[in-house]
Design a protein around this ligand. Sequence first.
Ligand code: ARG
Length: 644
Amino acid sequence: EGHSVPSIEGLTIHSTNEKSKFPGCYPSLNPVDIYREHIAEAVGKAAGIDPQLVYSKIAWTNSLDKGDLTLPVPALQIKGKKPNDLCAELAEKIPESDLIQKPVAFGTHLQLFFKPGPLTKSVISQILANKTTYGTNGNLGLRDPSDPSKGKKKLIVEFSSPNIAKPFHAGHLRSTIIGGFLANLYTVTGWDVIKMNYLGDWGKQYGLLANGFKRYGSEEALLKDPINHLFDVYVKINQDVGAQEGPIKELKEKIKAKKEKNEDATAEEAELEKLVDASEDENARRYFKSMEEGDPDALALWKRFRELSIEKYKQTYARLNIDFDVYSGESQVSPESLKSAYETMEKSGVTEKSEGAVIVDFPKHKAKKLGKAIVIRKDGTPLYLTRDIGAIVERHNKYQFDKMIYVVASQQDLHLAQLFKITELMGYKEIADKCQHINFGMVRGMSTRKGTVKFLDDILRDVADKMHEVMKKNEAKYEQVEDPLKTSDTLGITAVMVQDMSGKRINGYDFNLDAMTSFEGDTGPYLQYAHARLCSIIRKSEINLERLSDADFSLLTESHAIDLARYLAQWPDVVVNTAKTLEPTTVLTYLFRMTHMLSSSYDILRIVGREEQLATARMALYESARQVLYNGMKLLGLNPVNRM
Ligand code: ARG
């Protein structure tokens, strides 16, 4: 179960051993760091304070008109002067330099603008040199940034986690998209990332499924399409359960009525016992019991279902650029882990007996809002929550993680809050503190055009079909696309993912096929188009890409060119900021701002018919923009297309 060296297909992660006197400052990986160093020194000198105190206070701006960086003067905590006055005074004292313009005092904020010439040169050169590394920073994930030999911090990100033989619903889709993104994000910031899928693969329903398979299953269908076949079997056997429930319920009522009238119900009771004994529900219970007891035959069938399902999941995940390091699951929590959890919970006084079951009464442990939870049923069996309790400790023992993220829908907020609280109460506060629930809102109305959705593959196929229709509308272009079906598939996946990642995670959204597949607005197809257009410009020009770094960047004088370069300089900082927000929209918002700037530049920064020196400088800018867009899309888990 070892995991591969953390990497993202298409991106390279670099670290550096250059040392700055400022923490987290790596000019060879982030061009803005040069400016931060410079500004910290300049402000420190003007204010008569240690530049170290300035460095960490330098902040990002929301828009380019407010500067490239800003310094909130009150944050410097210099006493004796009004912040407004101090700000004006600093602006007055700090001279223009070779890197920055003279600062602008704006209220209590010092606005800092980079000088265009040196910026375009350093940014474009760095992007052309670092390519797929630009924006990554392997130093951020080090346990001790001053001593790489102490190794990387280790993260487990648990995500997707569907339930075998049940639909892969919108919650699983979001968990997959967001989890895949988080895994990438931590990887490019230098963490050692383990991607874990915690399958719903254990419980009475797998007894039901096994029995259902004996009745309705087909070996051939199982091999051909395990996920859909097992789901069909599950639906059928559940119908049987439903059909048997009626008579059982009727009989129970009859017995109750008779007893109330003090009549003899022995005959009915015998009949009830027979009915229950022969029911699929009881059969399932018995089958699952034999699984729990380790019966090899019962386990063999279940294991095949599990393995075939995983094989199929793997193919679907591959379409989303995701591969898991570990397929864990409810079934994989060891009996020893459960036993030890029971004992620890009892010893630490977390649990108590209640009507034959074992429960946690949270209000008694200063956690009023968490209510009560059962951890061992009357019949002695564990629950969903119990397995998570066993698993959290088991994983910590096995992986010694520095952090663990659970990417699960906000419907399970209570579940995870209970899990973390119990872990803490058991005496494992240090484990609980390392864990984080990354939650998200619901997708409304996710269904295929033909009806309700069952599986991710159906959704992806549907969106790809729609994308194919959209592409066909532009005949001339359509003709030029090499493999239209493959392209429409990639575009469809991009459409779904970008729609999912556009808002804040906690907000739900409507699954809107027309909106997500449109080329207008901030959509996936728009991003892909922006990338393909850049590729096309580069293809069509006769400029040798190898020579771009020798271009004369001083020819990039138009405000469009300069502003585009200013955006491109921000990318490494956007990655750092995203590592704080853990929101895919932080990346997307940036990519859309940058590509909008790009779109409005094409008319002004033309290449065709321009003199070679100028054309080469502009091409270097475009190639840099393409590289940043590519790196950003890859970080999100998208596959940038070169033609569409
Ligand atoms: N299989 C669960 C479901 O579909 C999600 C599992 C979330 N992870 C966890 N450790 N509980 O609802």
